[in-house]
Design a binder for this molecule. Structure first.
Ligand code: ANZ
Ligand code: ZN
Length: 857
């Protein structure tokens, strides 16, 4: 008898798997390709967090199960190593990110391998390697050519902590998603990706993609489609006769009879036309103040601020004249940047009206109650104070009022989206340089690839290498609004590819979310193949590849692309709802429109996993309750950790890690080990066989269903029950039954405990028993999922409850489907029969296979 030596066993199998290349799939010939994709990690610490072990090993369990069900599973891995997460970590520990990244790559990959996942280590992707980021740069250029990447001076989110610009998606509740600093606004020249061109398609496809519902709802809200109208107001500026109009965007036409003021954002472009000389100083002062405020301060602050412009606007509906204010609760980039103030029915407007002592009008009253004045009524109701539309239900009035205004030419129907273009410039060091070139000479002539926007690139010379800057201090962000590359003269100076003059390179790097928006496309392809992924490269004019790639090569890569995409399954965190998951969809759609690829949704299926806590609390460094997977791997083994992680909860819900639970799991695993060890060392006592093997067949069926729907916890629980049943009946099974049980057990464990199962598979083969049921002695991971026998699912003996006058008095085992008479005959032999004097029963109620109730006087 031997002990379960996890260290020796796990190492042995990882080496053997690497030798036998078991996890490498032939990308071009497999028949049932299944990409089992998980979000690749970013190394922002020395090593992997237990949370990542949880998700990666969970995804792997699913993938291994799919493989046993006959799919050719490709499980790729990489590192999302460019970006502020990693760079900030390096700055924190005072080391150069270039050095840190070498170390973290090694350690992350070691840990990931120790987890026992079926990764194909020959196809890793690291976003910070030139052979990867040259394609990120290539992508940027394609987007630029298409007009989907453009440069614009605009107010952008600025994180004073990270000293860089952030995209809207990286600002959570007004704070930097990474550092938690309050985000301010800065006016800078930046590169944008035109994701707004895709708003409608990103929204519509949500109807058919098979994704986690929370994520779909999150994306829908983020895209924020609202169908409304622009109402056209005439301006009355006491100092000017100019005929000027202000458009306000609204979705509430039912309130058009009631606005008592107009508000424009401080950034409103034609603000000069509104401001009279008396008010100019005040307005200028106010604008200056509000640009220093964060979005959060501007919008959620209860205390509304603003100043009067001196001008008025005329309501096209009833010619009411209302004052125009500048106030920073109006968002510059949404709608028209001007809003009609409707304090009766909008809380923000109400607060503003109270503060500035403006009249409050109501145009709706609630159905059943009185209108309570003194606050905004934001519910539904009947029209009041609305002239000819009084008495109409608001939804009917809405359409009528709008129709009237549209007919008169004083309103335009308009659909708005909250989604804004994606700002991709970052003023940091650790990212792919944006591969563009600025040439004063060409720019002065308006001579660029796009007439309206100068800018050239170095097409054939990709990658534009990130220059090595060995001095740690020189790569720190300085907050100037320019990135560290600005200080590297050799990098900045170049020649214009258009006119040959001296020119300057762009010194911003791109957002790491650009790297991660396409990485999955890269996995099945290698550097030798000259293309970023498979697709139509020769068909694309001005192709980067034309000189190199042949038709045959292209065709075979196209076929490979067809095999592996769209990705069959994608599993990751729901916190990526509006960042990565939206960007990846956008990039894929754009590549489709450029005709490089022929699908527009990257992931057929997206599944959001849950998170784990420690003793009920969120794991965090500050609480000191972070679990280091290495220690647990060492003490218990990766497989024990894996099985425990599967056991603590349904994969979409997460679970709670407890050391006692981990120890308990290891005990169970020792028990499992002993069962197999007894068999392999031929210490098993056989009996004459049990009548009924339905427990086994049911377990096979149910565990399979659970693994298919990622309900890992219930799968483990059922396996434990099976083991208990086996122990209870030990000595009664005949040899064939034992073989059947053990074979099924090891196969069911294989997706969850890959090393353990492999070791057992091997050791029990060595017994070379003539009755052996195994037909194939290859790796356990190349076996089919065990089959169950439908006819054996039905239990022949079942328990039913005996009641007397409705009270439970006992239990009895009966043959499945026994008749009432049969049951009573058996109960006569049971002690309850005499104890409760059941011979006096005058009536019995029998619910087959459940209970029998004796009614006695
Ligand atoms: C009048 C009104 C009356 C409004 C009422 C609301 C309630 P969604 O659905 O999100 O599109 N709005 C328009 N542009 C704005 C901007 N740039 N900054 C801040 N608020 C703006 O919201 C549309 C509503 O948000 C519009 O309808 C407008 O206020 C406001 F009882 O107009 B409403
Ligand atoms: Zn030039």
């Amino acid at each position: 008898m031997s002990d379960f030596d996890h260290k020796k066993i796990e190492e042995k199998w990882r080496n053997k798997w690497a030798e036998s290349k078991i996890n490498q799939k032939d990308m071009d010939t497999v028949e049932k390709p299944f990409t089992n994709l998980m979000m690749f990690p970013y190394p922002s610490a020395e090593g992997l967090h237990i949370g990542s072990v949880y998700t990666f090993s969970g995804v792997d369990t699913f993938g291994r199960f799919q493989q046993m069900k006959g799919n050719d599973v490709f499980e790729p891995i990489g590192l999302d190593g460019f970006g502020i997460h990693s760079e900030n970590y390096a700055i924190k520990i005072g080391e150069h990110i270039g050095d840190v990244s070498k170390r973290t790559e090694k350690h992350f990959y070691e840990q990931l391998d120790n987890t026992g996942n079926m990764f194909d280590w020959t196809r890793t992707v690291e976003t910070y390697k030139p052979e990867y980021y040259k394609w990120t740069q290539w992508l940027f250029i394609q987007f630029f050519k298409k007009g989907l990447a453009y440069r614009k001076k605009s107010l952008v989110n600025w994180c004073p902590g990270c000293k860089t610009v952030l995209s809207d998606e990286q600002v959570i509740d007004g704070k930097c998603e990474r550092s938690g600093d309050e985000v301010t606004q800065k006016d800078l020249d930046q590169w944008f990706f035109k994701i707004t061109d895709y708003s409608e398609r990103l929204l519509n496809n949500l109807e058919w993609i098979d994704w986690d519902n929370d994520v779909k709802i999150g994306q829908k809200n983020w895209i924020g489609k609202s169908v409304g109208a622009e109402i056209i107001w005439k301006l009355r500026n006491p100092e000017s006769n100019e005929d000027f109009k202000i458009n306000t965007f609204t979705t509430r036409f039912d309130t058009i009879p009631g606005p008592t003021f107009l508000v424009v954002a401080p950034e409103y472009q034609d603000i000069d036309k509104l401001v009279t000389s008396d008010n100019k100083n005040q307005v200028d002062e106010y604008i200056k103040e509000s640009t220093n405020k964060s979005d959060l301060e501007r919008q959620v602050g209860k205390d509304k601020t603003g100043v009067f412009t001196g001008s008025y606007a005329i309501n096209p509906y009833n010619n009411d004249e209302v004052p125009i204010y500048v106030a920073d609760y109006v968002i510059a980039g949404y709608g028209t940047g001007a809003v009609m103030g409707m304090p009766g029915h909008d809380q923000r407007d109400h607060e503003f009206a109270v503060k500035f002592d403006l009249p409050i009008k109501y145009t709706l009253k609630p159905k059943d109650e009185e209108l309570s004045e003194g606050e905004a009524y934001e519910g539904e109701g009947y029209e009041i104070n609305s002239g000819e539309f009084d008495g109409l239900w608001w939804a009917d009035a809405r359409d009528k009022i709008l129709e009237k205004l549209v007919n008169e030419g004083s309103a335009i129907k308009k659909t708005n989206y909250k989604l804004r273009d994606w700002c991709v410039s970052r003023q940091r060091y650790w990212g792919p340089p944006i591969p563009m070139i600025h040439c004063d000479h060409c720019e002065s002539k308006g001579d660029g690839y796009h007439k309206h926007m100068p800018g050239w690139w170095t097409d054939e010379n990709l990658p534009v290498l990130l220059p090595q800057i060995p001095e740690f201090e020189r790569i720190l962000p300085d907050g100037s609004g320019k990135g560290p590359l600005e200080k590297v003269d050799e990098f900045v100076h170049t020649t214009c590819p258009n006119c040959g003059s001296d020119a300057r390179r762009e010194t911003d790097v791109s957002d790491p979310f650009v790297d991660s928006s396409w990485y999955f496309l890269r996995y099945p392809f290698t550097e030798n193949e000259k293309v970023p992924f498979g697709g139509n490269f020769l068909d694309n004019p001005k192709s980067f590849f034309k000189p190199d790639i042949t038709k045959e090569e292209e065709d075979s890569l196209k076929l490979r692309m067809k095999k592996w995409f769209p990705v069959s399954w994608y599993i990751g965190g729901k916190e990526h709802t509006v960042l990565h998951l939206l960007y990846a969809r956008f990039i894929t759609m754009a590549l489709k429109d450029m005709d490089y690829i022929d699908f527009e949704e990257p992931f057929t299926k997206f599944y959001g996993h849950g998170l784990i806590t420690k003793d009920g609390a969120k794991m965090s460094k500050s609480k000191g309750n972070v679990i280091n997977p290495d220690e647990y791997f060492e003490e218990f083994g990766a497989d024990s950790v894996r099985l425990y992680l599967r056991f603590i909860g349904s994969f979409d819900q997460g679970g709670d890690w407890r050391d006692t639970g981990m120890k308990g799991m290891r005990k169970f695993i020792n028990k499992l080990w002993d069962i197999f060890d007894q068999f392999a060392s031929q210490h098993i006592v056989y009996g004459s066989g049990v009548d009924n093997m339905s427990k086994l067949h049911k377990t096979i069926k149910n565990v399979g269903e659970d693994l298919d729907s990622l309900k890992f916890n219930t799968a483990v629980a059922k396996i434990m029950e099976l083991v208990n049943w086996y122990k209870e009946n030990e000595g009664h099974f005949d040899k064939k039954q034992v073989l059947e049980i053990l074979k099924s057990l090891v196969l069911m464990l294989a997706p969850m405990m890959p090393h353990f199962a492999e070791e057992i598979w091997e050791s029990i083969h060595k017994t070379e028993d003539p009755n052996w049921l195994w037909t194939n002695s290859n790796s356990v991971h190349l076996q089919k999922w065990p089959e169950f026998d439908e006819s054996q699912l039905i239990e022949t003996q079942i328990n039913i409850v005996i009641q007397v006058n409705g009270k439970v008095r006992g239990k009895i085992e009966i043959p499945n489907g026994a008749s009432q008479e049969e049951v009573i005959e058996r109960i006569k032999l049971n002690e309850v029969y005499d104890r409760y004097e059941l011979k006096n029963s005058f009536k019995e109620i029998y619910i087959p296979n459940k209970l029998i109730n004796f009614i006695v006087k």
